[in-house]
Design a protein around this ligand. Structure first.
Ligand SMILES: [Mg+2]
Length: 270
């Protein structure tokens, strides 16, 4: 394997070889925002990178299980990715609380009783320049588009933490975003471990770009520690250097990630 399929670690090289040699035994897990779709100021505008849908379709046809794992609602990501007609694709929304497949549709739990009050409190006291994203099972405050994103994030974080203690919700921190959701809620590592337990893959791949993906990379390392082959792919992001250090494959941007997935599916299908 040469060209776009290259790992900077020995373990990652072994993992890529295992994926290609036994695609049916592979679990391929992918973040959406920043990984398959470039980061944009308004999350509702997060269109997939060119070729992303074709790469997803090829991967879903080739590998045992392909799953998008996101903190967003599953239905939103299915729609943004244009994936409504992709067979054998699993979309785990809200870190695995929701599951979508073309065959079964969407499965989701009821919302936390503190969410209506949280929505009202956030709307009343939202820092200037911040935006609310309604996510169904959670509500997020974004500050990337504010004139001073860092100062606005600090103010939004203080507000969100106060609302969390008033409503019994939990706080989740991301890239210029802070989110309220049900406590005991999962992270991407939990979602991936649950899929591993369900599908029993021989090889695990995760591709992400952000600090919230850290538990997913830890799940990759744990899978490897248990004797499996595993690959962590990172779409380069200077805001998440600690996550970058854990990755086997680093690609410069979402287009390169799409090219990597295309090449991997092509190599495995041969
Ligand atoms: Mg991301």
């Amino acid at each position: 394997m040469t060209g776009v399929i290259e790992s900077r670690t020995v373990a990652g090289t072994a993992g890529l070889a295992a994926l290609v040699a036994d695609p049916a035994g592979a679990l391929v897990t992918l973040d959406y925002d920043g990984t398959l779709a470039p980061i944009v100021e308004r999350p509702e505008d997060a269109a997939p990178a060119p070729g992303a849908l074709a790469a997803l379709t090829a991967c879903a046809r080739t590998f045992g299980t392909v799953a998008i794992v996101t903190g967003r609602p599953a239905a939103v990501v299915v729609s943004l990715a244009g994936a409504t007609d992709v067979d054998h694709l699993v979309v785990l929304g809200h870190y695995g609380e929701e599951r979508w497949t073309r065959a079964s549709g969407l499965a989701a739990p009821p919302e936390h009783p503190g969410l209506p009050a949280a929505r009202r409190l956030l709307a009343e006291r939202l820092p200037e320049g911040a935006r609310i994203e309604e996510k169904g099972l959670s509500v997020a405050v974004h500050t990337r588009a504010a004139p001073d994103p860092d100062a606005t994030l600090a103010a939004a974080t203080a507000l969100v933490e106060e609302v969390a203690s008033a409503t019994g919700l939990a706080v989740n921190h991301g890239r210029y975003v802070v989110e309220l959701r049900a406590p005991g809620a999962r992270d991407k590592g939990d979602a991936i471990r649950a899929l591993v337990a369900e599908r029993r893959p021989a090889t695990l791949l995760f591709a992400g770009d952000d600090l919230v993906d850290l538990p997913a990379y830890e799940a990759v390392l744990a899978f490897r520690g248990d004797g499996g082959d595993a690959v962590g792919v990172f779409v380069d992001n200077p805001e998440a250097a600690t996550v970058r250090a854990l990755a086997d494959v680093v690609v410069p941007d979402t287009e390169a990630c799409v090219a990597f997935l295309h090449a991997l599916a092509h190599a495995a299908a041969r």
